[in-house]
Write a protein that binds this ligand. Structure first.
Ligand SMILES: [Zn+2]
Length: 317
């Protein structure tokens, strides 16, 4: 019990420090100008909210589209509050792509503030079946209730959903730039082929597993779990700000023991303290996974998803 109190104290410290870790580095105007391919400036200027969308838009637009990302490196996407200079690219953008499902509660105000009458706004989650949140168990208001939606926003960590998001982005690019239609279709076909290949590789492997339960520090994998028939439990909720109470934590320790959980998954950009504390409690390892909410380790979307799936398969095997 004494050890468990230590765990709770660490949780409190972590929760307090999480409020000040918003490293709002100025947003750089990041463009993917493979202008050589076209001999001129890109045809479309696209601004996206966060890294996974940056990856999808860059894969489909490639050299024909310049893509800028609003949430800067190192910023916590769930706590992001844009400043004027973070939004400068929106004033000149043709398209603004957000994920939706409550992940970017600041986005509508940002669009209004941009004063860009010709800006087209796209929600990449269109057509994805959302996973509803049970707010009794997982949502904590803490004075931030305006941030919360009734759905889990982490759609991009599913390869299936990524295909839908990329398709939505392709359609928006074709609408805005019909001359490039074949180019965008070709790029999407190539990207979707990689998504499908990775999905197929792991779908078969996961079907042969008996152990299907993962424990994550921040509940990011609900959609990935839906794809592969896995089960997720987490220390923090989907908004990376919930402080679990003693009862919930005791339940998580018991859950982990009952389900033979051998590793706690945590993200590169988060403090590992919570995950390490739980891992100590249940005698498990800590493994790093990627949330793709920010740029991480200079890796592409596909590289990070391949690593995530490899880690998850390894801890379940
Ligand atoms: Zn998240």
């Amino acid at each position: 019990m004494h050890k468990f109190k230590g765990f709770l104290l660490l949780l409190l410290v972590f929760s307090l420090s999480a409020c000040s870790d918003i490293a709002q580095i100025s947003a750089e105007y990041e463009s993917v100008l493979a202008a050589a391919a076209f001999g001129e400036a890109p045809v479309l200027n696209v601004t996206v909210t966060f890294d996974a969308l940056y990856e999808f838009a860059s894969a489909i637009g490639s050299g024909r589209v310049s893509v800028s990302r609003i949430i800067p490196d190192g910023a916590n996407a769930h706590h992001f509050e844009p400043r004027a200079r973070d939004l400068s690219a929106l004033r000149y953008a043709d398209l603004f792509i957000k994920s939706g499902l409550g992940f970017e509660p600041w986005a509508n105000a940002a669009v209004r503030a941009a004063g860009n009458d010709s800006l087209i706004v796209i929600e990449a989650s269109k057509g994805i079946e959302p996973i509803a949140l049970d707010c009794v168990d997982h949502c904590h208001s803490h004075g931030h209730s305006h941030r919360h939606s009734t759905y889990d926003p982490h759609i991009w960590l599913s390869l299936r959903n990524a295909g839908t998001m990329a398709e939505n982005i392709k359609l928006a690019f074709i609408d805005a730039d019909p001359v490039g239609a074949d180019y965008y279709r070709q790029n999407l076909a190539e990207f979707a082929g990689h998504l499908d290949a990775l999905f197929d590789e792991y779908y078969r492997q996961f079907q042969n597993l008996e152990n299907r339960t993962i424990v994550v520090s921040h509940a990011v994998f609900a959609y990935l779990c839906r794809d592969f028939g896995l089960v997720q439990n987490s220390i923090q909720g989907v908004f990376a700000e919930g402080e679990p109470n003693a009862r919930a934590l005791a339940g998580l320790v018991e859950f982990s023991r009952n389900n033979n959980v051998t590793a706690v998954l945590t993200e590169r950009l988060a403090s590992p303290i919570l995950a390490e504390s739980l891992a100590n409690e249940i005698d498990a390892d800590v493994k790093i996974v990627y949330t793709i909410e920010n740029a991480e380790d200079g890796l592409s979307y596909l590289e990070r998803m391949a690593k995530n799936l490899a880690v998850i398969y390894e801890v379940l095997r």
